[in-house]
Design a protein around this ligand. Structure first.
Ligand SMILES: Nc1ncnc2c1ncn2[C@@H]1O[C@H](COP(=O)(O)OP(=O)(O)OP(=O)(O)O)[C@@H](O)[C@H]1O
Ligand SMILES: [Mg+2]
Length: 346
């Protein structure tokens, strides 16, 4: 029988299946006890999933055997949602977050990088703000923040008396990005726990007062920032952005699985850079329709297509997003239509 500390150290080496974060920092280990000289590990999963449970048992058993320890017993339970609280509120005390009064959190994710997540996040926030008041936009991409450039912001935020960061307001939307605080030359090497701290701070230590609906731009893939966010705020839903090429579509599956695994409602898939419109002619550069097919295959809603539009790219580079700058363009319309569908779903 090993002691609790030894077991905790060992469990820290076991990752949550499919993720780079260990099961301890994930917050699913609820207790470790010793009965009849046998250790018992109590595990709480975000939702019922036999496969995940099996994999976790297997990985823990492997870690125990490796050290020559006697295999433990297990007891699994499933996280019960209470009054809209997130799994974070069940996590250890130090993980507790003072959540701002935000009503809806929408995360914009993608399996692959460079498919236009940030472009979609910014333009969707603008499209939402035509219908909804009190919009906010949070850049959770701490490795490559895009909001400052895409929204043309080069000022630093101020702080309130109680040292909360005041979001910068642009186009009527309150925004926060790590890019407001760092200069472009600054490079930060983020490690797991730091990522969690940064994401938590972006929620807790920013004066989100007055924001009811928050769009969150995520880094590409399914990594630490995603888990931290999901553990920190009660996400109302997520969308996945993809381009139509097969290389991007392969990764859509991972994104879909991530939301499913973590019990976050997946509101749908958006296909960006779908086609190029040249007068009356439509050119399928990357093979339009892959996003829709993928959504059907995994039985998630398809939200719409956004064309390849030089105005979108220019808008992103000059801080004038297309929904703001050319509100009557076909591209702006594509964003508005998707925003309306999402408002219905949220
Ligand atoms: N529909 C579009 N038409 C033309 N250009 C686009 C379109 N969507 C995005 N872009 C351009 O493609 C580039 C990548 O977009 P963006 O930064 O939004 O992708 P991302 O998925 O957020 O990338 P990362 O994974 O690095 O965060 C940007 O220069 C952007 O302006
Ligand atoms: Mg981005």
């Amino acid at each position: 029988m090993e002691n609790k500390e030894t077991i905790l150290t060992l469990l820290k080496e076991v990752n949550f299946p499919g993720f780079t974060r260990d099961i301890i920092s994930f917050g699913i280990i609820k207790d470790i006890t010793a009965e009849n000289n046998l250790n018992k590990i109590f595990i709480e999963l975000p939702k019922k999933d036999e496969e995940i449970a099996k994999k976790i048992v297997q990985d823990i058993n492997n870690a125990f055997s490796r050290e020559g320890y006697q295999l433990p017993e297990y007891e699994f339970s499933v996280y019960q949602k209470q009054g809209g609280a997130s799994p974070a509120s069940n996590a250890p005390e130090e993980n507790k977050v003072n959540l701002p009064n935000i009503k809806k959190y929408l995360a914009v994710a993608s399996g692959k990088g460079g498919v236009g997540k940030s472009t979609v996040a910014v333009n969707l926030a603008l499209a939402f703000s035509k219908k909804l008041s009190n919009m906010g936009l949070m850049d959770a991409d701490i490795w490559g923040p895009s909001i400052p450039m895409m929204c043309g912001i080069d000022t630093k935020p101020m702080a309130t008396k109680d040292e909360k960061i005041i979001p910068i307001e642009k186009f009527g939307i309150k925004m926060m990005s790590i890019g407001f605080l760092l200069s472009e030359e600054d490079t930060v090497i983020w490690r797991g726990p730091m990522v969690h701290g940064a994401i938590k701070q972006f929620v807790e230590d920013v004066e989100w007062e007055g924001v009811d609906n928050l769009v969150i731009d995520l880094p590409p893939g399914t990594g630490d920032a995603h888990l931290s966010l999901i553990q920190t705020v009660p996400l109302s839903g997520g969308v996945i952005v993809t381009t139509p090429q097969d290389v991007a579509l392969i990764d859509v599956k991972r994104g879909i699985q991530m939301f499913k695994k973590l019990n976050v409602p997946l509101l749908g898939v958006i296909e960006n850079m779908s086609y190029l419109q040249n007068g009356d002619e439509i050119i399928d550069i990357f093979g339009r329709g892959g996003g829709k097919a993928m959504a059907e295959k995994f039985d998630v809603p398809f939200l719409g297509e956004i064309p390849i539009d030089p105005e979108i790219r220019k808008g992103g580079d000059t801080g004038l997003p297309v929904v703001h700058n050319s509100p009557n363009s076909a591209s702006a319309k594509a964003f508005n239509d998707i925003a309306e569908k999402l408002i219905d779903k949220l």
